[in-house]
Write a protein that binds this ligand. Structure first.
Ligand code: F6P
Length: 405
């Protein structure tokens, strides 16, 4: 009989998305009726040791023998619990910890030799993501008595301490090396027969979007006079619309709102964030509106009159036409994709994710989920008095245009 039980062992530097991945794996496997449980070393340590002993980066220094023994003790305790879970009704035990040394991983392999072990290495070196992740990490209870800046310094030092002894997966028998931001596999090695490996791979590379609220910024001064691009602020009507959005979403928990770097999206997002208990507005340049190049700030009529060749070339092939010194829809595609990856990575724990974007940006975001011919994308309807609710998980797809007032 094929052994259907499995140990999944995560590995990677702090703040690389291991715990969020563990939760995602657990949720998806359970949905497929596979009894799964996470064993997290950090949580066990936090339960058993006072925060004072563990916030300092010294606790994670490879030369700190006493601390290393303690950390190993928690690792062993979780190993033991994972073994007994699989000895009972459990099918997949997920061990969530940094596990950055070969020695630690050998210990895991030796102690979990009764079922196959599959390692998953989480890699991600995007500076912007890292600093946002670190900011979130320093809200952990162990940092509660430290000033924000000091906590961030300690966390960065903690990462450096792990980096000193970091050995990538190589000698292990079975592993996936994952770009945890892009949800892409760098490498895979499967020496043994690994149950569920196809399903697991599928979970690793699938974007899971539980509830995405895709909003276009409220009305701006430029909208009223039909000017494109620029960085104008909201009109009185726009402010009312933004406030109405705030009221509409006030009973839903939104932890992050992603915007572009433009005033109009930030202003709209702030009005929504104001009505939330805890909500951070994160501006990503990836979500900036299509760059109109030499046409920025002009009206469509100006363009038709003064640059008829630009106007007709764009009308003939709107998806591929790039404004002189600006962009086409096609050119926006990779940056919008990158922005979405960042937003999903930061938001993975949450039920709800919100993006306040622009007309062309929101068209591209929609086309990321909904199949549309390229030629149709620049004509998708993006109103300012309604928003899109998108769900895209392994079991459910939903696209709905809804009014908010
Ligand atoms: O008019 C608002 C706007 O967001 C402009 O800033 C932008 O150039 C335009 O929409 C994009 O829409 P289209 O591709 O239809 O011109």
């Amino acid at each position: 009989m094929i052994d259907e039980k499995l140990y999944l062992v995560l590995m990677g530097l702090p703040a690389r998305g291991k715990s969020t991945l563990a939760i995602r794996l657990q949720e998806s496997l359970r949905k497929s009726r596979i009894p799964t449980k996470i064993f997290n070393n950090g949580n066990l340590r936090r339960k058993n040791l006072p925060a004072n002993d563990t916030f300092s980066a010294d606790f994670y220094h490879p030369e700190n023998k006493a601390a290393r023994l303690l950390r190993n003790k928690f690792a062993l305790a979780n190993i033991k619990m994972a073994r007994s879970y699989l000895a009972g009704s459990g099918q997949v035990a997920i061990l969530d910890a940094a596990n950055v040394t070969r020695t630690r991983r050998k210990m895991i392999e030796e102690n979990l030799s009764n079922h196959p072990v599959l390692f998953i290495e989480c890699l991600n070196d995007d500076e912007e993501i890292l600093s946002l992740m670190i900011e979130a990490k320093t809200k952990l209870p162990e940092f509660s008595r430290l000033a924000r800046k000091k906590a961030q310094e300690e966390f960065l030092k903690r990462i450096k301490n792990y980096q000193m002894v970091y050995t990538p997966l190589k000698d292990e028998r079975n592993y996936f090396r994952l770009d945890s931001l892009q949800n892409r596999l760098f490498e895979e090695k499967l020496t043994d027969k690994i149950p569920l490996h196809l399903l697991i791979k599928d979970i690793l590379v699938t974007d899971v979007v539980k509830n995405l609220f895709l909003i276009r910024h409220a009305q701006t001064r430029f909208n009223v006079i039909d000017r494109i691009g620029g960085d104008s602020t909201l009109t009185a009507k726009g402010i009312m619309q933004a406030k109405a959005l705030g009221r509409f979403f006030q009973n839903l928990e939104i932890s992050y709102i992603f915007t572009s770097n433009k005033k109009r999206t930030i202003q709209t997002a702030r009005a929504i964030a104001e009505r939330q208990k805890y909500c951070k507005v994160i501006s990503l340049k990836e979500f900036d509106e299509i760059n109109g190049g030499i046409c920025e700030g002009l009206t469509y009529k100006d363009i038709e009159k003064n640059m008829p060749e630009v106007f007709s070339a764009r009308a003939a092939n709107k998806y591929h036409y790039a404004y002189p010194q600006g962009e086409s829809y096609a050119m926006m595609k990779p940056r919008i994709g990158a922005g979405l990856k960042k937003a999903f990575f930061l938001n993975r724990h949450a039920e709800n994710i919100m993006i306040v974007g622009h007309q062309a940006v929101n068209r591209m975001i929609l086309s990321h989920f909904l199949f549309r011919r390229d030629d149709d994308v620049p004509y998708i309807y993006i109103p300012q008095d309604q928003f899109y609710h998108i769900v895209s998980t392994q079991n459910k797809k939903l696209f709905e245009l809804k009014p908010y007032a």
